[in-house]
Design a protein around this ligand. Structure first.
Ligand code: ATP
Ligand code: MG
Length: 548
């Protein structure tokens, strides 16, 4: 992967040569869904480039398709961009320019560069030709300027039904670039627009609208994804033939693809609409709002976007790399604490009944500045069900009858009795502790191989933990399958357990490292005053290493 930013070189060159006095970029989402991590890459790229060269970045909604767009999406996009840590200079809507776009289309007609065509969408497709064969000219191509002006105005007045007529550029039906074979510039859509209401019933196509939007705003470097490379000649044609005063340039970079991830608003919307997930902000979604709810931080996402850089050819980035960046970000920031996800009661039979002692524990041993906390310890505690096995498999150093382990921050305990119910399931363990082994007292008398975590049963706070796996399975032959067949039926596991009593003060978006379990975020949607819900952001270990 090419991590050096080739766009930087282009911009530096343009500044040096005087081609651009000030750099203006834009992030141009269509408000037809929530933003995903791919958009985050584009946001970071556009804003960071402008920042680096002391330029400006606009947030512009590319709202030229009324049927799919909505103000809910507009609001979520603004929130996500701000949350990522960016401030736009101008906030614009393509729909603000509909009058100007219409006038530019009229100019094209007057200059003999556009015509109203009666062919249906299907007929246009059929006459477009192929990569090896030229297209066929439309019978409407020779219409007079006056007739075109009249018909275009009547299209705008609403005289025709959807699909009855379109405005097409008059370029070259034999062009080697199919995008230049008289592309459609305007289409009829009798649909209410989230911004302009019923003012318009004709709407500009992306290839016509986008260059005009860029030119109107004085964008200098219009950065888009690779699939638009073949559209660049049309982009330049529109700017030139519409006689735009300011001339933007389009540059392409490879879109972000991630393993185990679908990254298209259309598909993500389908997952939401068909209830595979709990909304756009489901913590399993690759949306910015989903990642936020999962517990990702803006810093981790920006660092990820910067690390992957921009390339000129498509590739797939391992989702483990994204996970690496959240671990890195939280390592020194997140308080460490103990949580028991699947509790098993332990009674410490030689500990005085009714006694509670407070133990000191560092909040983050890797960041001593975070200070210490106090944890209660008494005769009854919970440990993890997994931390006891009878009989123990080989190399199992945790608790089993007769074995001694260290309770993190507390004492050594040894199990001497296992209580089972009528079905033979373990319901409780009886252990004995050794008061000499208290953590922090410098006890060196003997060593134990296993250290396990626990919470005090008397004061533990009940909590719900949501553990996630990939929403999308990456299995052999995945490319041939519909993405809906690859949805992982076990992507969410819900368990109930306990956290330390001081966690009562935790609120939405607080992040913690639960000893041995990973990083967790307090879920903002399901947490209530007396009901803590934690999303596991990521487990602790990863095989992933960033290559330097
Ligand atoms: P989708 O196919 O997911 O709907 P899109 O490209 O249609 O994406 P837009 O709202 O048009 O979505 O995109 C806004 C900007 O984000 C565009 O400049 C686009 O190039 C960029 N973008 C979208 N997806 C990615 C991605 N996976 N990686 C990098 N940039 C992306
Ligand atoms: Mg799009």
């Amino acid at each position: 992967m090419e991590t050096s930013n080739f766009l930087k070189n282009i911009i530096a060159e343009d500044i040096k040569s005087g081609k651009a006095a000030e750099i203006v970029t834009r992030f141009p989402p269509e408000p037809n869904g929530y933003l995903h991590i791919g958009h985050a890459k584009s946001i970071c790229l556009n804003f960071d480039l402008a920042d680096e060269f002391k330029g400006r970045t606009n947030l512009r909604f590319d709202d030229t398709n009324p049927v799919k767009e909505d103000t809910e999406y507009v609001e979520s996009i603004k929130e996500d961009v701000k949350w990522l840590g960016y401030e736009w200079d101008g906030l614009y809507f393509a729909s603000d320019y509909f009058d100007e776009m219409f006038n530019r289309a009229v100019l094209l007609i007057k200059r003999g560069k556009a015509y109203v065509c009666d062919l249906s969408a299907e007929e246009i497709r059929q006459t477009r030709g192929t990569l090896t064969q030229p297209g066929t000219e439309s019978p409407c191509r020779s219409r007079s300027v006056d007739e075109n002006l009249d018909l275009f105005e009547r299209m705008r007045q609403g005289e025709f039904k959807d699909g009855e007529k379109v405005l097409r550029a008059k370029i070259d039906m034999a062009s080697a670039n199919i995008n230049l074979r008289d592309p459609v510039l305007y289409r009829i859509a009798h649909a209410s627009h989230h911004n302009t209401g019923d003012k318009w019933c004709i709407y500009p196509m992306y290839d016509f609208a986008h260059p005009l939007e860029d030119a109107i705003e004085g964008v200098t470097h219009s950065i888009c994804t690779l699939e638009f490379e073949d559209h660049r000649p049309l982009y330049d044609w529109v700017v030139r033939e519409c006689e735009m005063e300011q001339v933007p340039r389009q540059y392409e970079f490879a879109r972000l693809n991630l393993t185990n991830t679908v990254m298209s608003k259309r598909k993500l919307k389908q997952l939401v609409d068909e209830k595979y997930v709990d909304g756009w902000d489901d913590p399993r979604m690759p949306t910015i709002s989903g990642l936020r709810r999962r517990g990702y931080t803006p810093e981790s996402m920006r660092n990820f976007a910067r690390e992957i850089g921009v390339a000129k050819s498509d590739s797939v980035v391992d989702v483990k790399m994204l996970e690496h960046f959240i671990r890195e970000d939280l390592k020194l920031k997140a308080p460490r604490t103990m949580a028991v996800l699947r509790p098993l009661k332990v009674v410490i039979t030689n500990y005085p009944d009714g006694q509670v002692e407070m133990l000191d524990a560092e909040i983050n041993p890797e960041n001593p500045e975070m200070g210490t906390r106090q944890i209660p310890f008494s005769r009854e505690i919970y440990i993890e069900q997994d931390d006891f096995m009878d009989p123990p498999p080989s190399k199992y150093y945790r608790l089993f009858p007769g074995n001694e382990v260290r309770l993190k921050h507390a004492y050594f305990i040894k199990c001497h009795e296992v209580i089972k119910d009528a079905n033979g399931s373990i319901v409780e363990l009886r252990c004995a502790y050794d008061p000499e082994t208290k953590s922090g007292t410098g006890f060196t008398g003997r060593k134990v191989k296993g250290t396990i975590h626990w919470v005090d049963a008397g004061q533990a706070v009940p909590a719900e933990f949501r553990l996630y796996e990939s929403l999308i399975l990456d299995e052999p032959g995945a490319e041939e399958k519909s993405f809906l067949d690859l949805v992982n039926p076990d992507s969410l596991q819900l368990v109930r357990g306990f956290v330390e009593p001081n966690m009562q003060a935790a609120g939405p978006y607080d992040k913690f490292q639960f000893f041995r379990h990973g990083y967790f975020n307090v879920d903002p949607k399901h947490t209530r005053k007396d009901h803590l819900v934690f999303n596991r952001i990521v487990s602790l270990k990863s095989s992933f290493e960033v290559q330097k």
